[in-house]
Design a protein around this ligand. Structure first.
Ligand SMILES: [Zn+2]
Length: 182
């Protein structure tokens, strides 16, 4: 079921989410379906959306749903940084669809998590995916990209028109920043 995405300024986005216990898995599977439906609806409107964190729909659980070419569920994820190399990126968020924020992210990281069957998994991430998962992971700790802005001039408004997002804005951003939006 499609759920409402909490928007920038909503107090609930700043809360720390709770670990998921194995006995909660059936509830978590329902939340995953909602995250999927919510993100697909967002994609229909804005033409972008690769991952979403449970707190964005008001569920205070450590759960991330990613769907690029296939669905991936991250339960109780932990990030590790094997090297300290950073990259500057223009970040965006489904909780503030018209805003871009310049932030620094680690170029590479490793994510340890449990999958939808509660099995332990590890994934090495680089570039776009590294940045994406750092962004989503922050949501679980109540941190938004706005709080990681490089400086006080790191905020950029996108064009208001939704049509513009689909047709030109998205294309333009891919060219300018050489990466795909969240
Ligand atoms: Zn976000």
């Amino acid at each position: 079921m499609k759920r409402e995405i909490l928007l920038l300024g909503d107090e609930r986005l700043y809360e720390i989410s709770e670990d998921i216990k194995m006995e909660e898995l059936s509830f978590i599977k329902e939340v995953v379906l909602d995250l999927h439906d919510t993100m697909m609806e967002f994609r229909k409107i804005y033409g972008v959306g690769r991952a979403i964190a449970a707190p964005q729909i008001g569920v205070k659980k450590r759960l991330i749903y990613m769907h690029i070419d296939k669905p991936v569920v991250f339960i109780n994820p932990k990030l590790e940084y094997n090297d300290r190399e950073m990259m500057e990126v223009m970040d965006d968020c489904m909780s503030f669809p018209n805003l871009l924020v310049k932030v620094n992210r680690y170029k590479r990281c490793t994510i340890k998590y449990r999958d939808i069957d509660f099995k332990e998994c590890v994934m090495d991430l680089e570039g776009d995916l590294s940045e994406l998962l750092q962004h989503e992971y922050d949501h679980l700790d109540g941190i938004l990209a706005t709080m990681r802005a490089v400086d006080d001039r790191s905020f950029y408004l996108k064009a208001e028109s939704k049509k513009c997002h689909r047709d030109t804005e998205n294309e333009e951003k891919r060219v300018v920043y050489g990466k795909i939006q969240k």
